[in-house]
Ligand binder design. Sequence first.
Ligand SMILES: [Zn+2]
Length: 355
Amino acid sequence: MRLLSSKNSLRKYTLKKVNSNCPICDSREAIQMWAASCEQQASHFLSPLKDSEKYQELKNYIKFLQGTPYISINKCSICQFTYSYPYIAGDKKFYDLIFATSNNYPKERWEFSESISIIYNERLKNPKILEIGAGDGAFLKKILNKKITNQNNITAIEYSILGKSKIEKLGIKCFPIDIRAEENKLPFKKYDFICLFQVLEHLDDIHNLMNKLKLLLTKNGKILIAVPNEKIIEFNELNGALLDMPPNHVGRWSKISFKKFCEINNMLLVKHSVEPFSIKNAIFMIFSYRFLKRSQKNNTLEAFIRYKLNGKLSWFLTRLVVILDFMRSPRIIYKILFENKKLGGESQLVYISKR
Ligand SMILES: [Zn+2]
């Protein structure tokens, strides 16, 4: 990684002027935040200490997918969109390589309850809802529990076999399709609500996506999109925590980039909101991500604890090291208490309609 301190933490961004086309507004003016090699990208997702053969395969596959051994993270000077350059998202094979047999889907997210109140307040009788990237159906299950609509009016899109089977157990139809190419496979032509939670940041070809969403949306329909709060990602990256690594996340959205995205696609950004700050979540996230970041380097204590030890000893030492790091980092705690508070929580939610 360029411009890293000896502790391998990103202390500041490169901020070098570069030329690359912004995927949202097509401006060529951008600033480079950081760059990484495909070795560093692969280490972010899979340690060679865990499975060296699979690590090599992943590294080669990332290079093949991107068509280059280096990736640059650039921020558009016009719309503030931060994107990987080249802007190429991970595909099914990439995710098959980085996920073992199970994914951990959260049961509860801030944007779930926010979206439920937005949907509820529209007071539609049995609205048709499409969720793209539905995970294991945690959000849809809430929709059913609240009796907002019935199973037959909900459609889910999900690639993961485990997720799909859980969604189908709820009586909801689930399709493992790419909406940008196979929208005609859906059971309904139009939906009142289309939800994408923690999905858009993983995708490229975003204008094509918005075109398809527009076609699938009823006249007064709403699109609800939640993505990570870009200010928190920046805080993490600059304070020794995990980097927002492509080709998993390829786009970092902000209110300004959503505005530009809607404007270009002739849509209306009705509302933008940020998850409220939680001191417990902020501290837990930064210190566990700092541990994970350090474990990506093979010769660290963190890598040893994570990959060479197992069972209770690994569990205990992980917590001990995280607590020691916490006690030795008053500057970070100070920043969380006095700066992070203004930045908000992990997620941001936008609510988009037709003009
Ligand atoms: Zn732009």
